[in-house]
Write a protein of this length. Sequence first.
Length: 207
Amino acid sequence: MASLPSQIVQQFAALSVPEIVAVLLAIAYLLLAIRQNIWCWSCAAISTALYIYLFFSARLYMESLLNLFYFAMALYGWNQWRAGGDRGSALPVSVWSLRVHIVAVVSIALAAMLTGYLLQRYTDAALPFVDSLTTFSAIWATFLVARKVLENWWYWLAIDAASVVIYWLRDLELTSLLFVLYVILIPFGWTSWRRSLVTSAAGAPAT
């Protein structure tokens, strides 16, 4: 049995150009998003378009559908970050109430159970329940990113950790390693956005 480093080297040698480009642009997306640079959405649009094809080929149908949503959200996120604040200004970082997140988590769990059952019964989908759970969670987390809600980073920590396992099991080793990098970078993203939130609050006029 080949060692883990050997498996990675072999898989890297067999990579398609679309996956290499998708991975590089996905890394660029996260690094730019941490810095709240609007060009992160351009990288996201191209990367997700490539991943629609890659995940469909791997029979991760919900992940493929998710990336179609990501593509639409890249357009939405660009618009929101550019002029989604008060009076068309740049969108600031914000926080949402615990109640909103509780409702979101319960809704995600129910949707994942239903979709996972349907996929398991009527399709050849791989890991239908886990795939569904990460898909619906990512839909919500992506919306939070587009609205610059600080709590998005906590959702992504759970989603990306699960995705490391999912993609490795489906022989997408480089993409799995990409999500390891995501997990490592998430604390930096949270810290950067938190600092931006505190700075904005300190500079806000008294009411």
